[in-house]
Write a new protein. Structure first.
Length: 386
């Protein structure tokens, strides 16, 4: 709460008039000064009264892809016993003020308004809280207070359909990827018998020990396990400005397309970042892709830097059998280090975005040059070998 420019000027004038009237014996000046001081005091008391407002907000939807419509709806209710007037309100959306009109709310009444959320760029957009400014009728004093809670709207990268699916380390006997979770020769765990289970899968030794039928649970090793490694180093995307790079946005679109395609095919997929700083690995993959940003501003990536740590982690943990490395023109010199993972990953695919020319073909990983997510999807479906 504070005085406006008009209120500050009136207070200074009132003080000068009051002091002059008392000093030189002019009662008219004294009356004018006292009237100005009283007006400022009344303005401060009026602005200090906090209106009882209840604010509810609803995002429809709260997760969208780039370019899709999203709308924020606000409902402001007067929970007090007096009518509220002289209120100015604005919401904050993605760091920008959005004016919210508030009518003269009667007690128990509410007003609803909405506005479109900008979804032109990928990211996590903070929205709110609503800031309500109360002014006195003369505009001498203003008090701004927050109402309601803040929320976020996640703008995911665009997703392009992918039809091709890697075949994984093991091949299906039918010549295709089989999504049946049972019937493989690989033992996974034991579970209780349920009606319909085949008796040949009963593990009799364990059943005798625990006193109830236990059956073997197997996994299908022909299912490919996809690992998507997104290069989020700033040095890999040198065309960036203000933390935004076209090649990095294209890589995020490719990563989102791979994750969605694997989900639709019921295939396991793991999303990893070269630099996992500030990465919330427990969040859904698309939410992580909405929040991921370029990291590091150094002149290069030393051998023992974040990429070296990521390669070492992939070689040690082996979370899958098909590795997809998505990088920009600055990561062209690192393809050899990624290609060295062929011993741990039978299939290695590199997505190169924003390169000035085609990447030289070399023995090892399959390299897909693409300008954006749509071009990557077309190149991915055209691959004949994994």
């Amino acid at each position: 709460m504070g005085l406006t420019t008009r209120g500050t000027g009136l207070l200074v004038a009132a003080t000068a008039l009051l002091g002059s009237g008392l000093r030189f014996g002019y009662p008219e000046l004294t009356v004018l000064g006292a009237a100005g001081a009283v007006a400022v005091g009344q303005a401060v008391l009026g602005a200090a009264r906090r209106p009882r407002l209840v604010v509810a907000r609803e995002a429809d939807p709260d997760r969208v892809a780039v370019g899709e419509p999203a709308r924020m709806t606000l409902t402001v209710r007067n929970a007090g016993r007096l009518r509220v007037t002289s209120l100015l309100a604005e919401d904050r959306c993605a760091g920008r003020p959005v004016p919210v009109p508030l009518l003269r709310l009667r007690p128990g009444r509410d007003t609803t308004c909405g506005y479109d959320v900008p979804t032109r760029r990928r990211g996590v957009l903070p929205v709110g809280p609503l800031r309500v400014t109360r002014r006195d009728p003369l505009g001498l004093c203003a008090a701004t207070r927050p109402y309601g809670s803040a929320t976020v709207i996640r703008v995911h990268p665009r997703v392009f359909p992918l039809t091709a699916v890697p075949t994984g380390a093991g091949r299906s006997l039918d010549g295709r990827v089989d999504g049946v979770p049972h019937g493989s020769i690989t033992f996974d765990s034991l579970r209780e018998y349920v009606v319909g289970d085949e008796l040949r899968r009963v593990h009799w030794r364990t059943s005798a020990r625990v006193g109830e039928l236990m059956v073997r649970e197997n996994v299908d090793t022909s299912l490919p396990r996809i690992v998507v490694l997104l290069d989020n180093r700033a040095t890999a995307h040198p065309d960036g400005a203000d933390g935004v790079a076209g090649s990095f946005e294209a890589a995020c679109e490719a990563a989102a397309s791979l994750v969605v395609a694997a989900f639709r095919q019921d295939l396991p997929v793991v999303l990893l970042l070269v630099d996992p700083a500030d990465d919330r690995a427990t969040d859904p993959a698309l939410d992580r892709l909405a929040a991921v940003a370029l990291t590091g501003t150094g002149p290069g990536d030393p051998p023992d830097g974040v990429l070296g740590a990521a390669v070492t982690r992939l070689r040690r943990e082996r979370p899958g059998d098909t590795l997809v490395f998505l990088t920009g023109p600055g990561g062209r010199d690192d393809l050899g280090r990624v290609g060295a993972l062929r011993g741990a990953y039978p299939s290695v695919v590199v997505g190169m975005f924003g390169a000035a020319g085609p990447t030289p073909a070399a023995a090892g990983p399959v390299v897909l040059d693409a300008a954006d997510g749509a071009a990557f999807a077309a190149a991915w479906d055209a691959v004949r070998r994994w």
